[in-house]
Design a protein around this ligand. Structure first.
Ligand SMILES: [Zn+2]
Length: 342
């Protein structure tokens, strides 16, 4: 089968033939229809410091996908050929304290699809049945392909109650945009989104942000004044991993404000801890999705009318993967989809 593979320990990706994956007794064999390109994939393609430390070649990339079940192992019940599915990309150990308590998203031994084992940028992918999410209601195929990052957005946005609250989102990449849509849909009063790309801020406006603020020429305090806020933001969703964004967020939170942080910083950085203490701010790290409460929330949010289609701005056949990755790496657009059936 064809797959997008990190073959060599150097920058680049290669579309090559690899053997079809073996199907174990508890596994599901999925024909991949469409995949989403994630920041993780960009790191692996670029072969940066994180990738050099984390990835062992050869590796089939990819963890955002939608596909159709074409086979199941003998122990699999309730999932069958023809089911349309996406996959939870965190494979958990099932044995640690958190796994045993049902808090699988907190597993200490998580293996990432397309990171620690072969992924979904291929004609076929195999997953344990416990990691397969069946789309029981019809979902747009491109949206189904990005359930994994949509889950990051939902997990982050719904970490704290936000009905009637003023929400600040730093970073208007695909997950920040989806989080803005979720916050709006879930009843926030104001949703302010910051970025330095005008194209991405325009997407934030399209998806319902009250204010899309270009922080290359304005501060978050300016944004507060524009909206007439006097006491700061109630909820912060940090999506950029940038030190300056986190610092400006902390400086603009209300007393008792709550920050959920999904953006992954490239290295350690200092923040104003005295401000966190005296403003009594909660900071919560987010990684992945709650299994499978977040997935349930995603499906019902879409059923309830949440529209993610403005987030998807690039669609390519897999043969054009170079152009697709260049588009995704530009930092200007939204989500980029690869079609494996074209
Ligand atoms: Zn575990």
């Amino acid at each position: 089968m064809k797959a997008l593979v990190k073959e060599k320990a150097e920058p680049g990706l290669w579309l090559v033939d690899v053997p079809e994956p073996a199907v174990g007794p508890g596994d599901v064999l999925i024909k991949v229809l469409r995949t989403g390109i994630c920041g993780t994939d960009l790191h692996i393609r670029a072969w940066d410091g994180w990738a050099r430390q984390t990835i062992r070649t050869p590796l089939v990339l990819g963890h955002e996908f939608v596909g159709e079940v074409v086979g199941t192992g003998r122990d699999v019940a309730d999932i069958g050929a023809g089911d349309r599915v996406s996959g939870e990309g965190h494979l958990v150990c099932g044995k640690c304290r958190n796994c045993l308590a049902g808090r699988r998203h907190l597993c200490r031994a998580t293996v990432g699809l397309g990171v620690g084992r072969d992924g979904a940028f291929a004609e076929y992918v195999v997953l344990p049945a416990a990691n397969v999410w069946v789309h029981r209601v019809p979902v747009d195929l491109d949206v189904a392909a990005i359930f994994d990052p949509f889950g990051n957005a939902v997990h982050t946005a719904l970490s704290f109650p936000l009905v009637g609250e003023d929400v600040l989102i730093t970073g208007a990449g695909p997950i920040g945009l989806m989080a803005a849509a979720v916050a709006r849909h879930a009843g926030a009063r104001n949703v302010v989104v910051t970025d330095v790309s005008e194209e991405r801020l325009e997407l934030a406006r399209k998806i319902g942000a009250s204010l899309a603020l270009n922080v290359s020429g304005a501060t978050i305090a300016d944004g507060q004044r524009t909206l007439g806020l006097r006491e700061g933001f109630d909820i912060g969703l940090e999506m950029s991993g940038r030190p300056e964004a986190m610092r400006d967020m902390i400086a603009n939170m209300t007393h008792g404000g709550r920050i959920a942080m999904l953006g992954l910083p490239a290295e350690e950085f200092a923040v104003d801890w005295a401000r966190i203490v005296t403003s009594m701010i909660t900071v919560k790290g987010i990684y992945g999705r709650e299994m499978f409460e977040t997935w349930y929330a995603m499906s019902v949010l879409l059923e309830g009318g949440l529209d993610l289609t403005p987030v998807i701005t690039g669609r390519y056949a897999v043969a054009d993967h170079e152009a697709a990755f260049a588009d995704a790496a530009s930092g200007r657009g939204g989500k980029v989809i690869l079609d494996w059936t074209a």
